[in-house]
Unconditional design. Sequence first.
Length: 465
Amino acid sequence: MSAHKNHAMQTPAPWRAPLAEPGSGFGTETTRPWPERVELAKRLARAGVLRGVRPVKPSVSMDQAMALILEAVQPLELETVSLLEAEGRVLGQDVVSPLMVPPLDCSAMDGYAVRAEDTRGAAPDCPVRLQVRGESRAGGGLEGLRVARGAAVRIMTGAPMPPGADAVVQVEETEEEHGFVRIFSAVTPWRNYRRAGESIAQGDRVLSRGERLRPADLGILASLNQAQVAVHRRPRVAVISTGDELAGLGQQARQGGIHDVNAYTLCAEVQKYGGRPQYLGIARDSLADLQALFRQALTADLVISTGGVSMGRYDFVKDIHAALGIETRFEWVDVKPGKPCVFGVQGHTLVFGLPGNPVSSLTSFIQFVRPALLRLMGARRLHKPVVEAILTEEINKRQAGKVHLLRGSFTIENSQFYVSTTGDQKASIFRSMSEANCLIVLPADRPRVAAGEKVAIQLINHDEV
Ligand code: AMP
Ligand code: MG
């Protein structure tokens, strides 16, 4: 017997109710279990894994759902990776510079190192003439070179500044001949002069833990001679699709069947934010199939299943959660699309049961799974940016009391965002998800908005995190 079963038997969760019969008065009309589910619960009870049909939890607001998720997620442990593999990973420690960048006073231009006061009054029609005492090259030494009054040193960008010089005249303002240089333009002190440590001083905190490493950050680490960096481990994410109607790609869909869409959108999303997706395949709407795949999935850091979490006769996913000792934190969210959305925890594994509908599952992923994934990766910024936009059409949702997330397309004109919907908002029209570049967020108390009014839009297709 597996540890999961033991767990379920020994510590029955308080929210597990005794067995209920259909029509026995259990729950409300909408929460009354279908006979198949009662039958399933009885079988699970006989097998010793469940005490009865689960009571249905009340729905939570989006904010409550987010809070319940974040409360349950801890960043994964650290590992050391090479800079070449670190892009997109989240820094596990602050980075304090052990050295100065640049390491020494040097030139910002190709030209001549001079004493600024020697160039006073220099102009194209009355150049100043200075004696060239030698050359300072990038990567070279000074070998006793100095700049005394009336002298100059030829110098390249990044080359060490010779003592005595306090500025560089760029080569375009000069002409060298027979050991002398004519300067056509005066410079002030410290012009074209890079001081040691002006970019990064020793002891500076240059990067903070929780930052997602971008190419420029890797450049900073390279400038500090750090070939490796401590980042949070990438989460392993198991993805399961459920449904008797689903066919894998390359397979012929049965009559009335469709191809599995969710696994492909969700694996790509997981990958995009740094997780390691593992697609476990399609579970049929049967106890044996679901249990087998969920057991396998529970070794991951995060499990995402789609389908089978609503009120349908064959929606068994929540029963399987209960059977495997996954503690439910919420199961309905006041949002459309995506009301059926289960979140539970088993040991260190986070388990999301998203609705089957591809629009709903992707929308729910963006709202709930993505922040959990980012937090597992150690990130501090978890939410998509939200900006204000002028709505170019009227929206009228009759259902107040829940947040609506509409697929939208925004444009920017004269620094102003404008947004329209991508058309029919039926959750079954997935094409509109592919056409959308934002989600229009209508709060629960504002289901109707006139054209020309401002709305909040969540930018979903930007590279930001
Ligand atoms: P369910 O939540 O299981 O009732 O599924 C809701 C709707 O989404 C049904 O029309 C399913 O056929 C569809 N669906 C479920 N899973 C997938 C999937 N992986 N790919 C495409 N459509 C799906
Ligand atoms: Mg289904």
